[in-house]
Ligand binder design. Sequence first.
Ligand SMILES: [Zn+2]
Ligand SMILES: [Zn+2]
Length: 158
Amino acid sequence: MARRIARAAPLAAKWRKFAEERCAEKGERLTPARLAVYAELLAHNQPLSAYELIAVLEQRQERKIAPLTVYRHLDFLMRTGLVHRLQSAHTYLPCDHPDHAHESQFLLCSSCGHVDEVESRGLETLLSQIADEHGFRPDNAVVEIRGLCGSCAVSAQT
Ligand SMILES: [Zn+2]
Ligand SMILES: [Zn+2]
C-alpha cells in the first residue's frame, strides 16, 4: 500500500467553513491548492513572508512550487478577506475574524513577532472622518502599530 503524503496542513472545520463562505460570496472557486496555502498560514502562529510560505509548502508537498503560483493564491485569499498582508513586514497572516468585511488594524510585537489583529469601529470612523476632511478617498486603511506585546513588555520590565 502506498504511503499517503499529507499534502496540506490540517484545517479546522470552522476555518474551512469561513473559506467556503467567503469564496461562495465572491463567486470564486476554492481549489485544493488555494486551500493548502490558507491552511499553511493558519498552521503557523506568526505571519509568513511569501518565501517562507513557499519553503514550508514545498517541504510539505515534497515538490518545487513556482513562486508566482503562491503569489496568485495569496492575492486570491486577500481578495476574499481570508488573509491579510502586513505592509510594513511584507508578510501574510490569516484573518482572525473572516466572517465579515473590515479594515485591518494590527499590533505587531517587535520582540517575539506575535501579531494581534484588532478591530476598532471607533478608529475606522475617525480615519474616515480625517479622510473626509481632506477630501481624500482612501482605498484601504491599514493600521500597523509596532511595539512590545503584553508578555514581552512584562519580561522587558523584569
Ligand atoms: Zn481580518
Ligand atoms: Zn512579544
